[in-house]
Design a protein around this ligand. Structure first.
Ligand SMILES: Cc1cc2nc3c(=O)[nH]c(=O)nc-3n(C[C@H](O)[C@H](O)[C@H](O)COP(=O)(O)OP(=O)(O)OC[C@H]3O[C@@H](n4cnc5c(N)ncnc54)[C@H](O)[C@@H]3O)c2cc1C
Length: 137
């Protein structure tokens, strides 16, 4: 896909998570960018990212956190199990401490699907008005 390309000082190579996030972040600041991608489609294979509080802060800043929150369960904790003994080797609670603004415990942790993250970034990227954020696939 090729869209109108106007002059810009910022060129981003690669429409992956990093490239799309950077372009969307710049757009939120009112800055345009040109994203160059070699593939003719989004590379959405893979599984998920365990996304912690700082990741949610970044997604909040990009304006896509609430959409993703609605599609991913808040995790209560993490249990590691030995594949040899079948027994837990360590446990971590995400709910200890004070309630946070999103209704969870001290840590907001969700397993975010890689495909959903990329598609949400791309959708917001494509919805950005031409002239602010430019793209060239
Ligand atoms: C197929 C795959 C599945 C993965 N799944 C997971 C997972 O489930 N969980 C996890 O934690 N990590 C996973 N990873 C690890 C990966 O590091 C991250 O998911 C994430 O994709 C990294 O984002 P990125 O934007 O840095 O790089 P990428 O997502 O790799 O994006 C880079 C983009 O740049 C483009 N590109 C490269 N060179 C050029 C060029 N010269 N000109 C133009 N465009 C170019 C590529 O086509 C690509 O679209 C996976 C990686 C891959 C490759």
């Amino acid at each position: 896909m090729k869209d109108r390309v106007e002059s810009t000082d910022t060129v981003i190579v690669g429409a992956g998570i990093a490239g799309l996030s950077t372009s969307l972040g710049l757009h939120r600041l009112g800055l345009g960018s040109l994203v160059l991608e070699t593939s003719d489609c989004l590379r959405v294979t893979g599984f998920a990212f365990l996304t912690w509080a700082n990741g949610w802060k970044a997604l909040d800043a990009l304006g896509i956190a609430d959409t993703l929150r609605q599609q991913h369960e808040l995790l209560q904790g993490l249990v590691e199990i030995s594949t040899i003994t079948g027994r837990p080797t360590s446990e971590m609670s995400f709910t200890d401490g004070q309630e946070n603004l999103t209704g969870g415990g001290r840590h907001e942790v969700r397993s975010v699907g890689r495909k959903l993250l990329l598609e949400t970034l791309a959708m917001n990227f494509l919805m950005a008005p031409l002239g602010l954020t430019q793209r060239s696939y």
